[in-house]
Write a protein of this length. Structure first.
Length: 343
């Protein structure tokens, strides 16, 4: 799989001069590491490239860059390009304003580990493996198949991407450990990577804005029940939606839905527990269901997913509607109807 992809990428690169590398909005450590590895790959293949993270990087990603001493080359205003390299994203909405530019590129490339969605149908060259725990590990294995060895600093960043998205190897796959073995050989500082992730958890608990966000989310919480013992919670918040969704799951929710308003859109973060998974409730399929019902696109993984939907109205009413819709849908699944996303 990696060798075949790499040969095709080499061919595409030989006919490309300008490249743009992008990922999902508010790029997390996995997206950041994947973009950096893509940059190194294209540079090694002679393609002049730059990074274009929509809405910038997440707070943790910025901290990682500062700690490791990275200086990134961001894309200037561009009107045309030969190659658009997309990592860690499954649908065009996640790319924000960069999708219109990428869509004009002569060739588009995608590497991702989410459930295939809108992008998979329109990309010329793609490598998608939803069983991989991170996109970073896929990018490491692509680099290796091209004969590219990352620097120790890049290898440490790649390890951070893998550690972050695999949840400290909780969701690890065969590719995860194969990639980590390569990163060790290339000089990654695992102790530093683990320390940064551990520090992130400590800072999050002490950060005032995060604590305010959690308390606000709890004050706006809707609580539903389905399948006898599954607890469904829905709320809305201005920021930290992913972190709040994780927190709701940690304190007892089985399905956590957190809505964040954006300009003319809403971003819906979804998390499901092991108990919900045992009842055939899948976060990625829930995201697809929300997107189909409310207009937009969604996808992700079994436990973690996101939907981007069209929205310009009352967020309280939207939260109520999504909460009731998910309760009804989950209840029907438990009664034996097809799983979410299966008709």
């Amino acid at each position: 799989m990696f060798i075949d992809f790499s040969k095709k990428l080499e061919y595409i690169a030989s006919r490309s001069r300008i490249g743009l590398i992008t990922s999902h909005a508010n790029s997390d450590p996995d997206a950041l590491a994947s973009m950096i590895i893509a940059l190194r790959i294209l540079e090694s293949l002679g393609v002049e490239s730059c990074l274009a993270p929509p809405e910038g990087l997440s707070k943790l990603s910025k901290t990682i860059l500062e700690t490791l001493g990275f200086e990134l080359i961001y894309c200037p205003e561009m009107h045309s390009l030969d190659l658009c390299f997309i990592v860690d994203a499954s649908n065009p909405v996640q790319l924000g304003g960069y999708w219109s530019l990428c869509n004009k590129a002569r060739v588009k490339v995608l590497v991702d580990h989410h459930e295939p969605s809108g992008l998979a149908d329109i990309i010329e060259l793609k490598l998608i493996d939803k069983n991989a725990s991170s996109t970073s590990e896929l990018m490491v294995l692509i680099a290796d198949s091209l004969g590219l060895k990352l620097t120790p600093k890049d290898a440490t960043l790649a390890a951070l991407g893998i550690i972050y998205d695999s949840r400290m190897f909780y969701n690890a796959s065969l590719y995860t450990f194969r990639a980590m073995s390569l990163l060790y050989d290339w000089g990654c500082d695992y102790s530093l990577a683990a320390k940064i992730i551990g520090e992130k958890r400590r800072i999050r608990v002490e950060d005032l804005s995060y604590r305010v966000a959690v308390i606000k989310a709890l004050s706006r919480l809707r609580l539903e029940r389905a399948c006898r013992d599954l607890l469904i919670v829905a709320t809305h918040i201005g920021s930290y939606e992913s972190e709040v969704a994780n927190t709701l799951l940690y304190i007892g929710a089985d399905i956590a839905i957190v809505i964040a308003e954006r300009e003319n859109r809403a971003r819906v973060s979804i998390r499901v527990s092991d108990r919900a998974l045992a009842s055939r409730i899948n976060a990625s399929n829930l995201a697809s269901y929300i997107a189909s019902k409310f207009g937009g696109e969604g996808g992700g993984h079994d436990r973690v997913a996101m939907a981007n939907i069209v929205f310009n109205g009352d967020v309280e009413a939207l939260t109520d509607n999504i909460s009731r819709s998910i309760q009804g849908r989950v209840g029907r699944i438990c009664l034996g109807e097809p799983r979410v996303g299966e008709g």
